[in-house]
Design a protein around this ligand. Structure first.
Ligand code: PBG
Length: 329
């Protein structure tokens, strides 16, 4: 046959495929989410996230060592707060000796070079399971932002490197930046969940932290999954308010959003492969319906190909082990 362009030529061998691969992923680009619990907690397994456990604060040191052995150096912390400490004001969120603040200090004392990112939202602290303060069944924006700014300063005081507001209140990035700067934390970064969608894929996470909303849903603050332009507007607002990195979440059902945001902002874009995405792959693999290592590599590389510089994923350790560091698509 007379074929002018034979695409298959560049697919002939592994070496050639690696040479011309357009996308790569390295462990330094991964963020490891961690669910920290008090030492008294015995129930560490998360049934909807097989293979992923909650971590007692007394086991943090060991866990950090095991991440470092795999060259994983960035963590994103979440805490599971005792029911008795939850209220509608987020009081425990700004306790200097709260679980989050202690966890940050512990990790920084193990190795100060570990990059510690902290989730900022009220849901784990809220008696209503909402990301903000509730008044007359509504999540009130401005009073919530005030608490989030205080919470961020408290995390920075404990040693956090990046504040990661996941609440989707308006104006919170600017307020957090201002509060951090006023206290001299000019080098504490902000990774904002800029385009966070109201998604069913957060279900297993809410099991992990016992943080499901007590009434209603999160659609008055998280984004409607029918919208894309709005994600650009959200991302640009966060850039203008001082975000250092903007995140899109979830990842796989939102690759188009990652791609579009990447075209419009000139700071790094992150993506979060969320708990439900993890659960999907795990459960299909358990049944023998998907090859787990291949599904991990394919999804993570797709997220990079879409335009994410950084990926938060529950598969970070698996990726590190599978590839001993680097994978070429
Ligand atoms: C809290 C928060 C959530 C996630 C990250 N931060 C849950 C939610 O908004 O309900 C989800 C992460 C995941 O599903 O892996 N604001």
């Amino acid at each position: 046959m007379d074929i002018n362009r034979r695409h298959r030529r560049l697919r002939t061998t592994d070496t050639i495929r690696n040479m011309v691969a357009e996308t790569s992923l390295h462990v330094s680009q991964l963020i490891v989410p961690m669910f920290v619990v008090e030492d008294s907690v015995n129930d560490l397994a998360i049934p909807s996230m097989p293979g992923y456990s909650r971590i007692r604060s007394c086991d943090l040191e060991k866990e950090i060592q095991s991440l470092l052995e795999l060259n994983l150096k960035t963590v994103l912390l979440f805490v599971k707060v005792d029911q008795a400490l939850k209220d509608n004001t987020g009081k425990e969120a700004i306790n200097p000796d709260g679980l989050m603040q202690r966890a940050i200090r512990t990790i920084k004392s193990v190795d100060p070079s570990v990059v510690v990112m902290t989730d900022v939202a009220l849901d784990p602290y809220s008696s209503y399971g909402h990301d903000g303060i509730v008044k007359d069944q509504k999540i009130v924006n401005d009073p919530t932002v005030e608490v989030l700014a205080k919470m961020s300063v408290s995390h920075a005081e404990a040693g956090a490197d990046f504040i990661a507001p996941s609440d989707m209140m308006d104006g919170r990035v600017g307020a957090i930046r201002k509060a951090l700067d006023a206290r001299g934390f000019i080098d504490t970064g902000i990774l904002s969940y800029a385009a966070k969608y109201a998604s069913c894929f957060y279900g297993p996470f809410r099991d992990a932290l016992d943080s499901a909303p007590g009434f209603g849903d999160k659609k008055t603050y998280q984004m409607d999954f029918r919208n894309a332009s709005e994600a650009i507007s959200e991302a640009i607002a966060d850039v203008n308010e001082g975000a250092d990195i903007v995140m899109v979440k979830p990842a796989l059902a939102y690759l188009d959003i990652i791609h579009r945001v990447k075209q419009h902002v000139h700071i790094p874009v992150a993506a979060y492969q969320v708990s439900g995405e993890y659960a999907q792959i795990k459960s299909a693999a358990e049944k023998g319906w998907l090859n787990e290592p291949n599904a991990i590599l394919e999804t993570l590389v797709s997220i990079r190909r879409a335009g994410a510089s950084v990926i938060a994923t529950y598969f970070a350790k698996d990726f590190a082990r599978l590839t001993s560091g680097e994978y070429h698509a």
